[in-house]
Design a protein around this ligand. Structure first.
Ligand code: NAP
Ligand code: ZN
Ligand code: ZN
Length: 348
């Protein structure tokens, strides 16, 4: 029952390259599981934070909130898991457990703030360290089961990219008869296409160029348009019941809102470092909804994993060694990821 030191990749300060180091993991408590991490996805949020683009970063920082691994030890009070179980950890590892949102399974919107898997302080004031590491200790209630039908490498990105798209698609009723557009075909976007297609919606990808068109159609999109072509905005005016934007940079909101039907919704999940502005007439003209959505709760994350297993969905991944993380970051920033980098934790 002692704190252990585990290998990890960390950014020592904002903009420093990620390098191998070691970080402490707390002793396995009564309700904790010790997880041997097998794979960790690279989310664009890791890059925003490792480069302190959102501010207030805690360094050294071990990013990683798309974690897939195997339980190697359980606390005395653990009832959900046994040694050998395949489990996942997403973007948060704790929350207050008492507020209305926590009680409703919306822990991500906890009024006291859910505790981030990394770049946060836990209840004892200790910094949390994420998934670019060999092991992590997490409360069983903030851990989900990875169904047997999904291999761990392609499951890892579901823990953030998968749930971040599943939650709004489910909430805004993407399904048969609905025209849904996904903006940005990266890590989040490609899971959005797969999930919206599996839900039965008619899916359109809005990508900067047609470079990824063939992939988009294979992933399940019915249509694919380049947003660099002004004709796209003329042709698709007033088309969509739901648009989900995964873009990591500010957008011309008025142009995208013009593509939403009357009573339709534009839901933003991208988290750009700069603010965005819009003309209110873009909303009032068509009684349109502009909304945001953040990951999903624990129960909904489990529901998403079960849905993905049932439909044979996993992420399209490029498996990398830990010493390729910095190179992978550059490729994500250049929109050159197809479609999620996943770190093989055995190389850490
Ligand atoms: P990603 O893999 O880099 O994908 C973003 C995609 O957006 C790119 O592949 C690109 O697609 C498009 N894009 C990038 N720059 C653009 C620009 N300047 N103009 C127009 N399109 C652009 O990133 P990700 O991991 O999917 O994450 C996307 C964003 O969501 C990030 O800001 C991340 O922090 C945020 N995020 C939010 C949540 C949440 O809970 N709300 C969860 C996870 C991540 P095309 O090449 O197809 O144009
Ligand atoms: Zn993420
Ligand atoms: Zn709460």
């Amino acid at each position: 029952m002692t704190t252990t030191s585990v290998a990890a990749y960390a950014a020592a300060s904002a903009n420093a390259p990620l390098e191998k180091t070691s970080v402490p993991r707390r002793p396995v408590g009564e309700h904790d599981v010790l997880i041997e991490i097998k794979y960790a996805g690279i989310c664009h949020s890791d890059i925003h934070q490792a480069r302190d683009g959102w501010g207030e970063g805690i360094f050294p920082m071990v990013p990683g909130h798309e974690i897939a691994g195997v339980v190697t030890e359980v606390g005395s009070g653990v009832s959900k898991y046994a040694v050998g179980d395949r489990v996942g950890v997403g973007c948060f590892v704790d929350s207050c457990r008492e507020c209305a949102y926590c009680k409703e399974g919306l822990e991500q919107y906890c009024v006291r703030g859910a505790t981030g898997t990394y770049n946060a302080l836990d209840k004892n004031g200790e910094p949390t360290y994420g998934g670019y590491s060999t092991h992590i200790v997490v409360d069983e209630n903030y851990t989900v089961r990875i169904p047997e039908g999904i291999s761990l490498d392609v499951a890892a990105p579901l823990l953030c990219a998968g749930i971040t798209l599943y939650s709004p698609l489910a909430h805004w009723n993407a399904g048969p008869g609905k025209k849904v557009a996904v903006v940005g075909l990266g890590g989040l976007g490609h899971m959005g296409v797969k999930i919206a297609h599996a839900l039965g919606a008619e899916v359109t990808v809005l990508s900067q160029t047609l470079r990824k068109q063939e992939d988009g159609l294979k992933l399940g999109a019915d249509h694919f348009y380049a947003t660099s072509d002004p004709k796209t905005f003329e042709e698709l005016a007033g088309t969509f019941d739901l648009i989900v934007s995964t873009v990591s940079a500010p957008l011309d909101m008025d142009a995208y809102l013009s593509l939403v039907k009357t009573d339709g919704a534009f839901v933003n999940v991208g988290a750009p470092e700069e603010p965005n502005s819009l003309n209110m007439f873009s909303l009032i003209g068509g009684r349109k909804t502009l909304a945001g959505s953040m990951i999903g709760g624990i129960a909904e994350t489990q529901e998403m994993l079960d849905f993905c297993a049932q439909h044979g969905l996993g992420a399209e991944i490029e498996l990398i060694r830990a010493d390729q993380i910095n190179e992978a970051y550059e490729r994500v920033l250049a929109s050159d990821v197809r479609y999620r980098f996943v770190i093989d934790a055995a190389t850490i």
